[in-house]
Structure formats: C-alpha cells, structure tokens
Design a protein around this ligand. Structure first.
Ligand code: HEM
Length: 535
C-alpha cells in the first residue's frame, strides 16, 4: 500500500489501523468512564430514586409532564428530591419554603440559568434572549432595561390598550360566541403587539398574530425536555449531524425574520409619527441609557411579546374552565361586579375594589400554573441547605405543580376554591394570619421566584383582572350541551414547558340587554383608538 511516496508493508498498515481503533475505543472508554463516575450521586446530595451508570435518572424522567413524577417522588423521598441527569446534578424543590429560602433569600447564589445549547448557541446568540441568558453582565443589563419598561407605574400606562383590546374581545365573544377560545388568544397577542411594538393584531388570522404563535410554538416545542437528544448533558452529541440542528436553524430564521420585521415596522412608525409610547419606542429613544446592542433590542421586543401572550391566554382559558365547572364562583364574582360597576363596563379603576375576583384570579394561577415544572435556575457556587451539599452548577426546578398541590399548605389543593384567598388574601394557605407573607412567602409561584422572577407579573395580573372582570360582568359561561371540557392537567392540557388547556368549546351568553348595549357602545368608542395602531 502506498501513502504518497512512502510504501508501507501490510503489517505496518495493520498496526496503524489497530492503533487508531484502540485510540478511538480508548478515548470512547475514557469518556464513558468519566460519565459513569460523574453520574454517581455525591454523598450528602438530596435523596432520590437510584439511577443507572452514565445516564443517572434520565430513563426515569417522563418525556412529558415530568412535574407529576417529581411530585410523586417528593412523597417518597421528601420535599427536596435529588436527581442525576447523566453527570448533571438536579434538585427538585417541592415546597414553597425551600424556594423562598433558596431562590428568594439566597437569591445571589441561585439566579443562573443552566446551559441550553440549542436555545443559546443555535437559535439565539450573544446572550440576546433574557430567559436563556446565564447570570452575568449581559443578563443584568437586559434585566435592568426590562424591569424599567415593566415597572408598576410603567405598566399602568398600558391600561388604555388593555381596556380597548378587551372591549374588542367582549364584542367578538358577544357576536361570535362559539369561537371564544380563539378570541381570547387574539386578545392576549394583540395586547402585547400594541404594548411592545405599537402595532395592531386586529384579527386572529392576521399574518402577525399567526406568525407569532407559530414561532412561539416551535420555540417551546424544541426546548421541551425530550424533544431533542440531551445535548447539554452529553455535549459530545452536539457534534453529530442530527436532524434537530436543521430544525433549530429553521426556528432561528423564522424568529429573526419575525422580530426584525416587527422592529423595522416600529422604527418606520416612530419616524413617521414620533414616539409611539410603546415599550420598544422607549428602548429606541435617542440617548436611552440601557447599554443593549441592536441584537439585544431586537430580541427584547420578541421575548416580551412571546413571554406575555400565550401565558396570559392560557391562564384566561383556565379561568373560563374554572367558572364553567364552578358556577357559584362566577355568580359570586358577578354579584361583586354588579355592586361595584352596576350597568357600566368594569374599568382599570375598579380592579382594586374587587377582592373576590382577585381571589378567583389567584386561585386560577395556583390551580393551573402555566409553567408547571418551573423554569430551571442554576446554582452559582457550592451551598449547603438542610444538611444537603449542593454543588456549584446544580440545576434547580421549583416544581410549581407540586408546590401548589402541597396538602400541608392548601386544604383540598386539587380543587378550585377561591375562598381560601378570602380567608387568607396574602397567600391562600391554611395559615389565617399574615405570618406567611411577613416571612416573604409569595402569593403564587406561577411567576417563578428570586432574581429571575417574571418581570411581567404586574402587566400580566392587570390584564388578567381586567379581562376576568369584564367577561364575568358581561356573560354567563357554561358547557356546550354534549361537550365535556377536560380540565385535567394530565389529559386536557398541552405538553411543553408552557402548558395551557387544549382548545375547547363553551357557551357564552350575554347577561342582559343592558350589558349588550354597553358592550356595543364601548366597542364603537374603542375602535378609533385601536385604529391608531394600524399601520
Ligand atoms: C400569566 C402570565 C405570565 C406567567 C405565568 C409568566 C411566568 C414566567 C415564569 C415562570 C418565568 C421564569 C421565572 C424564573 O426563572 O423563576 C418568567 C420569566 C419571564 N417573563 Fe413571564 N410570565 C407571564 C407573563 C409575562 C409578561 C406579560 C411578560 C412581559 C411582557 C413576561 C416577561 C418575562 C421575562 C422577560 C422573563 C425572563 C426573566 C429572566 O430570566 O430574568 N412574562 N415568566
């Protein structure tokens, strides 16, 4: 056999091939050995199910809705469950007190995000997307800018948009009740489109609304556990030419095209009309001191829009289901609304005078949390908690589903019971005093916790309260004859890290002629304002 000018004997060739093979096998064996060693549980790590060498507990994690399994394990191993995803240390927190202590009180240690190769390196780059960005200067810059945009006072400035869009929602539910599920989805997207970009999402099938939902569905689908090989746990898989790479690149292209087009349209509108008052126009103001680069501004717009639309509509859909299943709650809400608003449409000014409605909103957030497994945090340095040693780099999930079903905290937690919030408005827990609140316990863990807690919570709660108030004031809701609505998280809700009710039909009937006239009049009044967002 000849290599260039050198002629090699067959023996030498054989030896060379053997050496290459052995080296490959050797390095493969050393990789496997290193994974086998690192996949072992360390001493003083929280208890959990025994795993296998190399993969740890990966084979025991259901591909869908893992939060149920985590909750079950917490009954067996205690409320802090330790798992191994291959070499990765994972801890599941199944009680509010642990999240309160670790994410909130020791916030400086627990605010990282675990590495997400597909999300961070392929779909978005350069720490442009805050939800994925690890703790560091780029995340801090993004967080500061976003918190400024979504402060309590800043989001009160968005009430006119929420009022006008919810007026269109009522009108659509009145005129075309059978598609109410879709009208609610249009509402939540239209509000973020107008609030973030100063643009209009007039109909559900308009290209912008559809493009947004498609991009968002693709993104949450590819990031859902089990959708792709575990490339963060076994980085060696990142090198293989597998189909998920093409999928991720397609999502990147789709997302960037959408965000870029929306941003350039907003820039054009600003050039024509001056400041639009929308969130992005504040970021684009000359001399705005946020320190974000163009890529980060573009992604901030897209992230705010996507973080705020599906989450809000899913919660509203869950509330509709709860009202249909618990007609006495809808009736009690209507009595409160009738007392406060009489024959006029509820407005933003009424929201602080509706404690029962707020109780129903809090209960919806508890009963059917939108991110039931929580979004993982990463521990930034070694820590010790309740005698357990948690190594730097541990991935922690605040299992919102488990926390909100905790029998010790909530009586009959599986049921939808707004009265628990009437008894204890601060946290809805069994404690009837303010002790919990004084101790820093959050009312809900649906928005996460610690320094990464959802910065859009105020904006979301304003929107939820306003729409719940208006729908309850205007309509009676009931199941369509012959249709049962599946309210079970197991069978009636979508998979993925954001979960909401699967599409369902329900009956919507306007409460009286007076209500009908108020809806029609308010709609006519709102139209010219909404038209200002049409380009
Ligand atoms: C019902 C509505 C909403 C729910 C249930 C929700 C829930 C969440 C959750 C669970 C997180 C992760 C928190 C953590 O890591 O501990 C999050 C993060 C985030 N949310 Fe929301 N959200 C909602 C609405 C909104 C809205 C309206 C906006 C803005 C327009 C928004 C913007 C964000 C952003 C930017 C982050 C990333 C924060 C970071 O990583 O530092 N969300 N949200």
């Amino acid at each position: 056999m000849a290599f260039g000018h050198v002629k090699l004997s067959d023996n030498v060739v054989f030896i060379m091939i053997a050496v290459v093979l052995l080296a490959t096998l050797g390095s493969f064996a050393s990789i496997v050995l290193s994974y086998a060693i690192r996949s072992r549980r360390r001493s003083q790590f929280p208890p959990g199910p025994a795993g296998l060498p190399v993969i740890g507990n990966l084979h025991q994690i259901p591909q869908k809705k893992a939060y149920f399994q985590w909750h079950e394990w917490s009954k067996q191993y205690g409320s802090i469950v330790g798992l191994k995803f291959g070499p990765q240390d994972v801890v599941i927190l199944n009680k509010a007190k642990h999240v309160q202590e670790l994410f909130d009180k020791r916030g400086a240690l627990y605010n990282g995000r675990p590495k997400n190769h597909i999300g961070e390196d392929i779909i978005t780059h350069e720490n442009a997307q805050i939800l994925l960005a690890d703790y560091g200067p780029e995340w801090r810059r993004l967080r500061k800018a976003i918190q400024g945009l979504l402060s309590i006072t800043a989001v009160e400035g968005l009430f006119p948009i929420q009022e006008a869009e919810s007026t269109q929602l009522l009108f659509e539910m009145f005129r075309d009740p059978k598609d109410s599920w879709i009208h609610i989805r249009r509402y939540s997207t239209a509000v973020v489109l107008a609030s973030v970009y100063g643009q209009r999402g007039k109909t559900y099938d308009s290209p912008k609304v559809q493009a947004l939902y498609h991009a968002q569905e693709q993104f949450t689908e590819i990031l859902a556990a089990g959708a792709t090989p575990p490339v963060d746990i076994f980085p060696i898989l990142q090198k293989l030419p597998l189909s998920w790479k093409k999928w991720a690149l397609r999502i990147r292209e789709e997302q960037r095209t959408l965000y870029r087009d929306l941003l350039s349209e907003t820039k054009e509108l600003i050039a024509k009309r001056g400041g639009l008052g929308c969130l992005l126009s504040k970021l684009l103001e000359p001399g705005a001191k946020h320190g974000l680069n163009d890529e980060q501004v573009m992604y901030t717009g897209g992230t705010l829009m996507e973080a705020g639309s599906d989450t809000t509509s899913s919660t509203l859909h869950s509330w509709c289901i709860a009202m249909i299943e618990n007609p006495e709650v809808l009736k009690a809400s209507q009595e409160e609304l009738d007392q406060v608003c009489g024959s006029r449409l509820p407005s933003a000014n009424d929201l602080n005078n509706l404690p029962y409605l707020r109780a129903a909103m809090n209960e919806t957030l508890r009963w059917r949390p939108v991110a039931p497994s929580g979004i993982p945090h990463k521990l930034m340095q070694d820590d010790v908690y309740e005698g357990y040693v948690l190594p730097k780099g541990t991935m922690l999930f605040a299992n919102t589903w488990g926390i909100h079903q905790d029998d010790e905290d909530y009586e009959d937690g599986a049921r939808f019971v707004p009265d628990r919030w009437v008894k204890n408005p601060a946290t809805g827990t069994r404690t009837e005093s303010d002790d919990d609140k004084a101790d820093g316990r959050r009312a809900t863990y649906t928005f996460g916790a610690g320094r990464r807690v959802c910065p859009g919570q105020n904006m979301a709660e304003n929107s939820l309260m306003l729409v719940m108030a208006r729908i309850a004031w205007a309509f009676n809701l009931s199941a369509e004859p012959g249709h049962t609505i599946d309210s079970s998280m197991e069978t009636g809700y979508s998979d993925g890290f954001i979960s909401g009710p699967l599409p369902f039909k329900f009956r919507v009937e306007v409460r009286s002629k007076v209500h009908e006239e108020a809806i029609v009049a308010a709609h006519e009044k709102a139209m010219p304002f909404l038209a200002t967002f049409e380009s």
